[in-house]
Write a protein that binds this ligand. Structure first.
Ligand code: 13P
Length: 287
């Protein structure tokens, strides 16, 4: 059931668990995530970066595919189709295409400009029933060309953006997209705690979910994180399973070259990874 992320995140914040945002890249990704959410009776957010949207030929294609797949698979759990790290223009494209949720990443703008653009987009999104995420303090690393230095957010700026009425807030707390380097200092729980104190009931978002140790994830949820984004980890397990299939020569046996067979181990690996994360985040049976 396609919905905005507002209600599912409010419930998660109140219930002290987190909803997973899993980024999609193609039909197999989408199908694996939707089927797993349904099997586990968990709410879920499908994240689409601007790069992935372009790869799938545009946001209209993505919205049409997700809407149709949700219906054809008989998905009854709440599913939000969410733009990940959207530009100002990208937000409008997704609103027009039929997404149910957007993220406006204005973290690279001066705070005044971030406030002005976020204010405008909050009004537009809410008038149309969409949820909206904003960001303060950039997330480190690189995702689809969006590069951030990984600084910690200023809790006062977080309050300023939260007060604009966004539905969820991404605050940089030393998290990084992609694999974490060996010398990573870990999440700044001090920053997270300060942001939580300032923003109260606001569902906080933890980007860069890949590779964060389970105990840090649990502590972050305890401190007010209600949405956790995972992208790279699904890509890695898909790659590993596909490599194993080919290295075992299975693509050369019988009709093993059929794309439905060739991509099946990777698709199953995504199901297994999403299940593991939903169990860790505590969203199972919370639909
Ligand atoms: P990872 O690729 O590190 O899991 O981060 C995902 C993310 O934060 C998407 O916005």
């Amino acid at each position: 059931m396609l919905v905005s992320a507002t209600e599912m995140l409010k419930k998660a914040k109140e219930g002290h668990y987190a909803v997973g945002q899993f980024n999609i890249n193609n039909l197999e990704w989408t199908k694996s995530i939707l089927l797993t959410a349904q099997e586990l009776n968990s709410p879920v957010i499908l994240g689409v970066s601007e790069g992935a949207g372009k790869y799938m030929t545009g946001f209209k294609t993505v919205a049409a595919m997700v809407k149709a797949m949700d219906e054809e698979l008989g998905i009854t759990v709440p599913v939000a189709l969410h733009l990940d790290h959207g530009t100002y223009e990208g937000c409008y494209k997704c609103i027009k295409a039929g997404f149910t949720s957007i993220m406006f990443d204005g973290s690279h703008y001066p705070i005044e400009e971030n406030v002005a653009k976020t204010t405008e987009l909050v009004n537009v999104a809410h008038n149309l029933g969409l949820s909206i995420e904003a960001e303060v303090g950039s997330i480190g690393g690189e995702e689809d060309g969006v590069i951030g230095a990984g600084e910690c957010a200023d809790p006062n700026e977080c309050k300023m953006i939260a007060d604009l009425g966004v539905d969820m807030l991404a605050a940089g707390i030393g998290n990084i997209h992609g694999k974490y380097p060996a010398n990573w200092a870990g999440l700044s729980f001090e920053t997270l705690d300060a942001v939580q104190q300032k923003t109260g009931a606001m569902p906080l978002v933890l980007h860069g979910g890949t590779g964060i140790p389970d105990d840090m994830i649990k502590k972050a949820i305890d401190l007010g994180v209600s949405k956790i984004n995972v992208n790279t980890e699904c890509q890695l397990v898909f790659q590993e399973a596909t490599r194993a299939y080919i290295e075992a020569g299975k693509d050369l046996e019988g009709k093993g070259f059929d794309p439905r067979k060739l991509l099946a181990p990777g698709a199953q690996a995504i199901c297994d990874k999403v299940k593991e994360k939903m169990e860790l985040f505590g969203s199972v049976n919370k639909a």
